[in-house]
Design a protein around this ligand. Structure first.
Ligand SMILES: Cc1ncc(COP(=O)(O)O)c(C=O)c1O
Length: 385
């Protein structure tokens, strides 16, 4: 089949009649006609990249459809409804809206550790690397990093830390273990689930709390078929980001047992996390959370077709992550990158800039559902010429 430039433009924006906006895209109906402006196909980012106008249009639409009840300092109204919804999806007794993932992780560790102040964390985790030592400085926790260059630490490593802790001259106990999966610093690699389940069993036997930094947990579910609730089940608490793949402007959900979370609103306030209103974030995040894994699964299929089609182009080197999720890398030999990006942009396809190693990160998100793998590969191949 010869693909014309017109076909490519269609593929890129799914054609004028089939264009999708932030407001219509999450309806999981990729073919419904819409008069909304064409939304770019983004080959980067976990979310769809809602721009201010699309965001406010979506909020407007949701407010018209629902009898929106505002919350008061995150209590009641849409926030409470959303928390209950998330508790159900994550299979936990309770969920609490927290303004950021940074705070959600810290509050979870603080609560789980209690008076046992040592906490085992992955050496590559967000908590250990990207929070300015918040848990150490603000929650008085002593973080022990394991596995500085890998996604998964082993049960043996945990046992060895616990043995050393127990043998110390001064009593100091491990109160919590954090697992992050997918691991952002390893381009979305997931932890080895069997090894991790062994660690979680061991922790439970020893009354050590366990927390999952599942900022991108729903993305992992789209790749593995293991549901967010199944992933969360062996953990005491779990955090999920609301702004990464659910496109809200802000927010995080922390879910877990009532005994740990029922007074969390006091701690949230103590740490300055008492936003006056969370309802706009709750509305948007819920809109995209519903049916997300199915929609991302379909985007993943499109991306797999695209990857198989481009991997044999001589100027392209594609790098996949083993046990990975939605991120892949490409390096391009002898290609004018600026020109390639310009050509793709003409077709409403947005691709990221190369990083310091000249690698461009590709990220599968819901916007890929606006095209097919074949058409995207064709558009991409032509942009290199
Ligand atoms: C794995 C992981 N955990 C936690 C966070 C923190 O989330 P927030 O930016 O909402 O504080 C991030 C943010 O990038 C992240 O990637």
């Amino acid at each position: 089949m010869t693909i014309t430039r017109r076909d490519l433009a269609k593929a890129a924006g799914v054609a004028a009649g089939l264009s999708l906006s932030g407001a219509t895209m999450a309806q999981s109906d990729n073919t419904s006609p819409s008069t909304s402006p064409v939304m770019p196909i983004r080959l980067s980012g976990d979310g769809i990249g809602l721009q201010p106008l699309a965001y406010t249009e979506l909020l407007n639409k949701l407010c018209k459809e629902t009898d929106v009840e505002p919350d008061n300092y995150l209590l009641g109204g849409e926030v409470e409804k959303f928390e209950q919804y998330c508790a159900g999806v994550l299979g936990k007794e309770m969920a609490v809206f927290i303004p950021s993932g940074t705070l959600a992780n810290q509050l979870a560790l603080r609560e789980l550790a209690g008076t046992k102040r040592r906490v085992i964390v992955p050496g590559l985790s967000h908590v250990y690397n990207d929070t300015g030592d918040a848990s150490q400085n603000l929650a008085n926790l002593n973080l022990i990093p394991l596995a500085q260059d890998r996604a998964t630490f082993t049960l043996e490593e945990v046992e060895s830390i616990i043995a050393r802790t127990e043998g110390g001259r001064v009593t100091a106990e491990v109160g919590a273990i954090l697992i992050e999966s997918p691991v952002r610093r390893l381009r979305g690699e997931m932890v080895d689930w069997d090894e991790t389940k062994g660690i979680l069993d061991y922790a439970r036997e020893r009354d050590i709390g366990t927390h999952l930094d599942g900022a991108r947990l729903f993305i992992a579910s789209a790749y593995t078929g293991i549901t967010p609730a199944q992933y969360s089940a062996p953990f005491d608490t779990v955090y999920v980001s609301l702004w990464k793949c659910f496109n809200s402007n802000v927010g995080a959900i922390l879910a877990g047992p009532r005994s740990k979370l029922e007074n969390m609103f006091h701690t949230r306030r103590m740490f300055g996390g008492n936003l006056f209103h969370g309802w706009p974030s709750a509305l948007v995040a819920k809109h995209y959370m519903e049916g997300f894994t199915d929609r991302l699964r379909s985007a993943v299929e499109i991306s797999e077709t695209f990857y198989s089609a481009i991997k044999d182009i001589p100027s392209v080197q594609l790098t996949r992550v083993v046990n990975g999720t939605n991120l892949a890398g490409i390096t391009l030999d002898g290609v004018d990158i600026a020109e390639m990006r310009r050509r793709l942009a003409e077709l409403n396809i947005m691709i990221g800039q190369p990083n310091a190693d000249d690698r461009i990160t590709l990220s599968v998100n819901e916007t890929w559902n606006q095209t097919t793998g074949e058409l995207l590969a064709d558009a991409f191949a032509r942009s290199l010429a």
